[in-house]
Design a binder for this molecule. Structure first.
Ligand code: TXA
Ligand code: MG
Length: 343
């Protein structure tokens, strides 16, 4: 299959192009498109055959459910049969935006979307290309991140090409995504609501709007035991995360980098800007200033992918503070990391 690429300027949307992409969705084909978080791989949420193609193209197991993207709050009432007041409060505060709500599903939503669960994940993305596409296709669009299963999510169209060229009908190139990490997934079928995945809306912000918020057991697992769930968000290089604070952080990164370099590996370091001069003699990529966590989130996946492009075997990375978007960054690094002396 030849993958067509449509370049659309998000500041001046060419609706003729949106129409072409929407036609593909209506035909039951796959279109990758930008959202404010990461690129999504879209299909008509109400067409089971189209949805099945997503799993095939990504190599994603069927037991991992998809997010339905909507452009109008009315769609929430079609996809869910039980909408608690907290859903509307959250939608009011954060939609369009990087928050996914897990709600009881309606009969309209098929098992292939939800992996047989009786809940459905829904979000309204804050991206004009995404919203225009959903409106023009006149259907909710399910979209996982547009990467091969297990890889880091794409934050520009080239990342999508690298993973899915020849496997999908179309890619809309709308430039670099703003947020850079995926949406926060919040289960509101339980009380208090539970964060299933940290993401673009911070836990602090959620608490401001709905008070109590729980962190899911699975997420806590990731925090207790880094490297235990390393099937996700992984670059091809082995990633080692150093969580020590202050001076001992730099010391430990240096020591690990020397050790692996000595064994003949091509070693790269991902560091905060304030530490960039600490690693003379090593190859360093800067994620951003430690205090600018939103910038760091926006850079994260592109930097991890660039280590792969440059042929690194091992990435040693500094940690970031777990506040705001730092929590989402650390969740992803911990999932991607292998134990320090495994390589
Ligand atoms: O920012 C994002 O969320 C991006 C863009 C494209 O919107 N999408 C994305 O989709 O990251 P994906 O498929 O890579 O991740 C969806 C997450 C998975 O962790 C999945 O398990 C969870 O949402 N999820 C989906 N439906 C669910 C449900 N009914 N209950 C619990 N978790 C669900
Ligand atoms: Mg994903």
């Amino acid at each position: 299959m030849k993958t067509k690429i449509l370049v659309i300027n998000p500041q001046r949307i060419d609706f003729a192009k949106i129409k072409i992409a929407a036609e593909e969705i209506k035909k039951g084909n796959l279109v990758a498109f930008p959202t404010e978080t990461v690129y999504g791989l879209g299909a008509d949420a109400l067409n089971e055959k189209a949805v099945a193609k997503i799993f095939q193209a990504k190599g994603r197991p069927f037991n991992d459910p998809l997010i339905a993207h909507i452009a109008d709050i009315k769609e929430l009432y079609r996809l869910s049969k039980k909408i608690p007041p907290v859903a509307l409060k959250l939608a009011e505060a954060f939609w369009p935006g990087p928050l996914t709500l897990v709600l009881r599903k309606s009969e309209l939503v098929s098992d292939i979307v939800t992996s047989g669960l009786d809940t459905v994940a829904i979000r309204m993305p804050a991206d004009n290309i995404a919203l225009s596409l959903i409106r023009e296709a006149q259907t909710p669009i399910v979209a996982p991140s547009a990467n091969l299963f297990g890889r880091t999510s794409p934050t520009n169209a080239q990342h999508v090409v690298d993973d899915l060229d020849g496997k999908i009908e179309m890619i809309i190139d709308g430039g670099k995504t703003k947020v850079g990490v995926e949406s926060t997934v919040l289960d509101i079928t339980t009380k208090p609501a539970r964060v299933l995945r940290a993401g673009g809306i911070s836990v602090e912000k959620l608490k401001e709007v709905i008070g109590q918020v729980k962190i899911s057991k699975e997420l806590e697992e990731v925090f207790r035991s880094p490297g235990m769930l390393n099937s996700h968000y992984s670059p091809q290089a082995k990633l080692i995360l150093v969580e020590e604070k202050g001076e001992s952080e730099v010391e430990e990164v240096r020591q690990l980098a020397s050790e692996y370099k000595g064994k003949g590996f091509k070693v790269g370091i991902m560091a905060k800007e304030e530490n960039q001069n600490e690693y003379n003699g090593f190859e360093v990529k800067i994620i951003g200033k430690g205090a600018e966590l939103e910038r760091c989130a926006a850079n994260l996946f592109a930097i991890l992918r660039s280590f792969d492009k440059d042929g690194f075997d091992i990435i040693i990375t500094e940690g970031l503070e777990e506040r705001g978007l730092g929590l989402a960054i650390m969740e992803r690094l911990r999932k991607a990391a292998v134990p320090k002396y495994e390589c």
